[in-house]
Design a binder for this molecule. Structure first.
Ligand code: SUG
Length: 424
């Protein structure tokens, strides 16, 4: 029985904008107020998906939830028809309204934590929806994400989709971005590493609580390995572990200063995975790592068994970082090529190639249990491109978020997406 790792990318929604909502996320804060390009953003994301399909990998997608987040605003007491709800929220609480306009669900690495069937207590693949409770705009995602994951992975013989953990700071959970799986190969038993944030306080918010990883481990009935991000990484702006480390099968690629207890982590990995290959980088600063998103590349196994790094263009733009990449590719490890993709619109909000995807390892039987509408082939991919070309706005100036014409066009784009999903 073969096991395939599927990358499910978040389709970037029509409201993609730069409102500077993520404190501690250097890119989001520094691009606050810039003009976004939702159409170009979504097409960049789709081009990345196509690049992976062309490499012979299985690619899925997760549709964006409706934004502005009408349901969340109604839950907070704004009443009337859709237009009235939005107009009231925009007038009465503009900050809340901006939060309800974010297209942040595009970063599918924060949708859920995925525990492989080879590891879980009941042999099913477990997806624990992330509560994203630290950031207001992101916390609005959880109910929609849970519903969407139940649609895509509704076959309970193979999948167990869990709702989000309680949305308190004690369980703040940002999903797969803070989880790594090391294993001899996707289908074998693996070591599940949960990386949590500052326990000693930081000027940046703690976005992943240790208790969240412990709860996920209990829900999926695994022995998780829990480890702390280094203080230096947190202070440099590594708001998720996946901006300083990435794992794939038996390889861990990480900045040498990513973890507080590096030695303990490497020893546990070597015990769990006999042919474990650590690839550590100490030739660039944490600052360079976070600006270039070298470690936010996707590390994927190609059909020929070698691995490729799918990097953001920003990593090519920095000479020191590019040198480090050349050293990695030339080194004695399975990483054989570096492929650069343009996800600039997402990068400007702090989301690189790895943020945009949720990895799900599936057996052939579980693959058959996935709702096929969300697995891409040429035809579906082209249909999504045509939809975006036709309905996604070209530009959004975040100062225009209160403009009813913008909501109308975004909601019309979502209607068109819903119609497409009925017969894609
Ligand atoms: O949560 N940016 C996201 C970026 C998430 C990146 N994901 C991973 N590293 N896996 C965040 O900080 C900015 C949105 C805004 O400012 O409008 C934002 O939410």
């Amino acid at each position: 029985m073969t096991t395939t790792e599927i990358n499910f990318d978040g389709l970037i929604g029509p409201m993609h904008n730069y409102a500077g909502l993520s404190a501690g996320n250097v890119a989001s804060a520094s691009n606050a107020g810039a003009v976004s390009q939702p159409r170009a953003a979504a097409l960049q994301g789709l081009a990345k998906m196509k690049r992976l399909m062309d490499l012979g990998l299985t690619q899925g997608f997760i549709p964006p939830p409706r934004r502005p987040a009408l349901a969340a605003l109604r839950g907070l007491g704004f009443a009337g028809d859709d237009k009235a709800v939005l107009a009231r929220a925009a007038a009465e609480d503009p900050v809340l309204f901006n939060n309800a306009c974010s297209a942040s669900a595009m970063w599918a690495a924060n949708a859920a934590t995925v525990i492989a069937g080879a590891d879980s207590g009941d042999g099913r693949i477990h997806l624990v929806t992330a509560n994203l409770s630290t950031m207001l705009h992101r916390s609005f995602e959880a109910p929609d994400t849970f519903a969407m994951l139940r649609t895509i992975f509704g076959d309970e013989r193979h999948f167990a989709v869990h709702p989000a953990l309680p949305g308190t700071q004690h369980f703040s959970d940002e999903g797969a971005a803070n989880h790594m799986r090391l294993t001899a190969q996707h289908g074998a038993r693996g070591l599940n590493i949960f990386v949590h944030g500052a326990s000693r306080g930081s000027r940046n918010p703690e976005r992943q609580a240790r208790r969240a990883g412990e709860a996920v481990s209990r829900l999926a009935r695994i022995d998780g390995f829990h480890t702390l991000q280094s203080q230096a990484a947190i202070e440099a702006g590594a708001f998720h572990n996946d901006v300083v480390a990435v794992a794939n099968e038996n390889v861990l690629l990480a900045h040498a200063a990513a973890f507080e207890d590096r030695d303990g982590l490497l020893a546990a990995a070597a015990r769990a995975v006999p042919d474990f290959v650590p690839v550590e980088v100490d030739s660039i600063t944490l600052d360079d790592a976070i600006r270039s998103y070298l470690f936010n590349s996707q590390l994927v196994t190609l059909p020929d068994g070698t691995m490729a790094l799918i990097l953001p263009g920003e990593a090519q733009g920095n000479e020191r970082v590019w040198k480090a990449i050349e050293t990695i590719v030339a080194g004695n490890n399975p990483i054989a090529q570096a492929i650069v993709v343009d996800v600039r619109e997402s990068m400007r909000n702090g989301g690189g190639p790895a943020c945009l995807r949720l990895r799900v390892p599936v057996s052939d039987a579980a693959l058959g249990g996935i709702d096929p509408r969300f697995l891409l082939d040429e035809r579906r991919w082209a249909a999504l491109c045509a939809l975006v070309e036709r309905h996604w706005p070209e530009k959004i100036d975040s100062r225009d978020l209160p403009d009813p014409a913008l909501w109308e066009s975004a909601l019309a784009a979502h209607d068109a997406l819903d119609a497409l999903l009925r017969d894609i």
